[in-house]
Design a protein around this ligand. Structure first.
Ligand code: ZN
Length: 234
């Protein structure tokens, strides 16, 4: 085997170790962002439900106040009935009382309807808040687990990365860059074997010329189909 290819093969074994140690950890930020987006949406829904409930409650309180105002007005008008001096004024006051009472009754009706709505909205607000709070707990537990996983792996990852650094010694920079690119784009297999004349990365046949070069061990040979760096399997 060409000495550079031999080194790359050892490097690839370490890279595969790094990949298996970091694969699930690398997916954590995406998962965290996804969960945060979901919680943000639940919070938004809960806030909206709460604001709706608070507004209805305020409207109901305002109506109750207006009703009490009408009651006072009716009382004041009734008192006046005792003081009027002629029939025309008496009739006018009666008419006024009737008008205020009519308004008061329709406000009362509206207020009762609104109080029903308030109750429904209060339940809805509490339910959406509970859902968001539950999700917040789930997210906190996930973050805690993620942190545990990260810290338990940190030592092993650092150890493998150190080993990797030592293995790159003596590999030309451009070959190393090429290998790194292949490792990423070719399913963590930048260097692969040739068996019975076939590349084990893409299963295409290797040319007679490339086979001869591989047997010569003096040049770095790449697969004509997948560009992976090749070595002869004994
Ligand atoms: Zn190939």
């Amino acid at each position: 085997m060409h000495p550079h290819v031999k080194k790359l093969l050892a490097l690839q074994q370490v890279d595969q170790e790094v990949t298996s140690l970091t694969k699930d950890i690398d997916s954590l930020p995406v998962e965290e962002a996804k969960r945060r987006r979901k919680l943000d949406e639940l919070d938004r829904v809960a806030t909206e439900a709460r604001n709706k409930f608070l507004k209805s409650e305020l409207d109901a309180r305002a109506l109750e106040k207006a009703i009490r105002g009408s009651d006072d007005e009716i009382k004041r008008l009734n008192d006046r009935l005792n003081l009027v001096r002629n029939n025309a004024e008496y009739q006018a006051t009666l008419f006024q009382i009737e008008s205020v009472r009519k308004d008061r009754d329709s406000m009362q009706e509206e207020c009762l309807r609104l109080l029903d709505v308030v109750e429904t909205q209060r339940t809805e607000a509490a339910a959406t808040q509970a859902t968001a709070d539950e999700d917040r707990k789930v997210l906190a537990a996930f973050l805690e687990e993620a942190e545990k996983l990260r810290s338990s792996r940190a030592g092993a990852i650092a150890e493998v990365r150190n080993r990797r650094k030592a293995l790159t010694d003596g590999i030309p920079d451009d070959l190393l860059r090429e290998y790194d690119g292949l490792y990423k784009t070719r399913d963590q297999l930048g260097v692969c074997a040739v068996e019975n004349g076939y590349c084990q990365g893409c299963y295409n046949k290797i040319t007679v010329n490339d086979t001869a070069r591989l047997l010569g061990h003096s040049s770095v040979v790449k697969c004509g189909s997948c560009q992976r760096i090749l070595y002869m399997q004994k």
